[in-house]
Design a binder for this molecule. Structure first.
Ligand code: NAD
Length: 428
């Protein structure tokens, strides 16, 4: 099989595989293999030195049969239309598997945001909306932050949109700052969502959560709250986390013989998820190389850093005790490593089911914006728990009934839901 490096070709190949399992009509496949709408526009921005620069902007709306499109906006110098197409396609499947009434979208601007001043960033954000505002909206397409964009940028974009339509419209964008239309619980959402899925998988596998040990890769937003949840919600032990050390430009694993205390480690971690290793060492922690997290004696592995981390090679180091892999990150497992998991009977909670807590609480944010009434953090997290539990059960049932693994089952659930919505709307 040829190695695919283009993300959109990969997304299409994954779709084709599951479409054949579902025996989907080729005409239906033709609709779902490609986005419904794509926008490519040029954004003129006056720079601080008085010159004019023109940036390329994109928005892709893959499929909105189940509701308004949903997905982030990336500011990245190497942004391509195909990357955005792939990410928009994956958003369609993620929203469908989470069973939230939204479709799939993604946007981007070719720019390195680190090269812009704050006021240039603001003008670029407003310019993005000036080009696109007719094609987004709470009932059309709801963007959010992603790589290179921040809650503050979402605040500017929401403000620009509100001015253009002539009314305060916070529901046009999610991921806004708290106090500026954001939702409580969004910070914890993805990590806690991972833990709700792990809890359900343990119930299925008859594992006692309080007897279980987990190892994590990464210590950023997802891993911080997933490790807190593993310790405080499941009462399990967290053997280690790993992180990318920004000073040494290498990865390390941080462990403790009695289990790590994620709340303490957060106090010595910077905004990029890099831990102060001198303070950790002074507090009895052990520092090892970046791959050590993978070979610890644990029951559960939670990769929550980057894509492509568990490969055909690194998977060999995994201990015999491991029974479950919960993919907090997007695409952390290569197809070769996935084969090893299958042959060893390791239960995998696939990425777009495992980390769908983030988009679920983004959906809650737009619901609260529409009502102009805001829930407490506990209300948000309780609703997240219900959604994650139902999503997990739906995929597990499909896996058991169709005798497929959880990854294929998640795709099957998602694609079947989108096809059904298209049928009900008379598109097919
Ligand atoms: P983040 O930037 O907050 O944290 C990333 C962490 O990974 C940091 O601790 C960093 O030090 C660590 N890291 C980087 N390279 C590493 C390496 N080689 N070895 C070990 N650790 C390394 O990112 P995040 O928001 O926690 O996202 C993590 C993953 O989860 C990404 O794949 C992201 O796409 C995915 N995801 C995030 C969300 C969300 O709501 N934040 C939602 C869905 C999916």
């Amino acid at each position: 099989m040829a190695v695919i490096t283009n993300a959109f070709e990969m997304a299409q190949r994954q779709f084709d595989h599951v479409a054949s399992l579902l025996k989907l009509d080729p005409q239906v496949c033709e609709m779902l293999r490609w986005p419904m709408r794509e926008f490519h526009f040029r954004i003129p921005v006056r720079m601080d030195d008085g010159t004019l620069r023109v940036f390329d902007g994109y928005r892709v709306q893959h499929n909105d049969a189940r509701g308004p499109n949903k997905g982030g906006i990336r500011f990245h110098p190497a942004e391509t239309l195909d990357t955005i197409r792939a990410l928009a396609t994956w958003m369609t499947w993620k929203c469908a598997v989470a069973d939230i009434p939204l479709g799939g979208g993604k946007g981007g601007v070719c720019v390195d945001p680190a090269t812009l001043s704050t006021s240039e960033k603001e003008r670029l954000c407003r310019g993005f909306i000036d080009q696109l505002w007719r094609n987004i909206g709470p009932r059309q397409d709801v963007p959010a932050p992603d790589v290179g964009t921040t809650p503050q940028m979402m605040g500017w974009m929401m403000d620009e949109y509100s001015k253009l339509v002539g009314q305060y419209t916070p529901g046009v964008i999610t991921g806004k700052p708290l106090g500026g239309g954001g939702s409580l619980g969004r910070t914890e959402a993805t990590g806690y969502g991972v833990i709700f899925a792990v809890r359900e998988a343990m119930r299925h596998l008859e594992m006692a959560p309080d007897q279980c040990v987990a190892g994590f890769q990464g210590f950023g937003n997802v891993s911080q709250y997933a490790s807190i949840g593993f310790k405080e919600i499941l009462k399990g032990k967290v053997a280690c986390v790993s992180y990318w050390d920004r000073e040494d430009r290498t990865a390390y694993t941080v462990s403790h013989p009695e289990g790590i205390d994620p709340r303490y480690l957060m106090t010595i971690t910077d905004q990029y998820g890099s831990i102060d290793k001198k303070k950790a060492l002074a507090n009895g922690y052990i520092i090892e190389d970046g791959n050590a997290w993978l070979s610890k004696e644990v029951d559960v592995l939670i990769p929550a850093a980057l894509e492509g981390q568990i490969t055909g090679e690194t998977v060999q180091a995994i201990s015999k005790r491991v029974r479950m892999v919960a993919e907090g990150a997007n695409g952390p497992t290569t197809p070769e490593a996935d084969e090893v998991f299958k042959s060893r009977g390791i239960f995998v909670i696939p990425d777009f089911l495992c980390n769908c807590g983030g988009v679920t609480v983004s959906y809650f944010e737009s619901v609260q914006n529409d009502m102009n009434y805001y829930w407490t953090k506990n209300e948000v997290l309780d609703r997240l728990d219900t959604k994650m539990t139902i999503a997990f059960e739906g995929v597990l049932e499909m896996a058991i009934n169709e005798k497929v693994n959880m990854r294929d089952a998640a795709y099957m659930v998602a694609i079947a839901r989108v096809v059904k919505a298209m049928e009900l709307r008379g598109w097919l």
